[in-house]
Design a protein around this ligand. Structure first.
Ligand SMILES: [Zn+2]
Ligand SMILES: [Zn+2]
Length: 143
């Protein structure tokens, strides 16, 4: 009954969920901000079953589903992700709680990227699972 996203701890500074990467514990927002914060999305590609955002630096951010941390299946198809997010700058982060429809409802943290733009923030915010943060690896560059 407990998924892989349970039993998480939260950053004391900003309340974002903590993630474990190579046995080190990081604040999801600080880790992501340090690698791709302020960068623009220069490309969006499908790799295997994942959609990846490619940032200025060449780093790739794989999109995982906020409900199950698997491939995106609830939000947008690839064409919509391209249309909505290409060319935007990553300007901040949001956190919240996913509440499932079961009884009792499954709950786990949601991590979201907020991008630049004139629209209401909810229309330029991309919710993802924490697997996205774990998949953002500074040592893996595209060729
Ligand atoms: Zn933090
Ligand atoms: Zn899902």
């Amino acid at each position: 009954m407990f998924g892989p996203l349970h039993h998480l701890n939260f950053c004391e500074v900003d309340g974002f969920p903590l993630v474990k990467i190579d046995d080190e514990v990081y604040c999801s927002a600080e880790y992501t901000d340090g690698l791709i914060g302020g960068q623009a999305v220069t490309g969006i590609e499908e790799r295997g079953d994942r959609i990846e955002l490619i940032f200025d630096s060449g780093l790739r951010f794989p999109l995982t589903c906020p409900c199950c941390d698997g491939p995106l299946h609830r939000q947008f198809p690839l064409a919509d992700v391209r249309r909505i997010f290409r060319g935007r700058t990553l300007e901040g982060f949001r956190h919240g709680e996913y509440v499932g429809r079961g009884t009792p409802p499954e709950r786990h943290p949601i991590f979201a990227l907020q991008f630049s733009g004139p629209e209401d923030p909810k229309h330029r915010t991309l919710e993802v699972g924490l697997g996205s943060v774990r998949g953002l690896r500074p040592d893996i560059h595209p060729h």
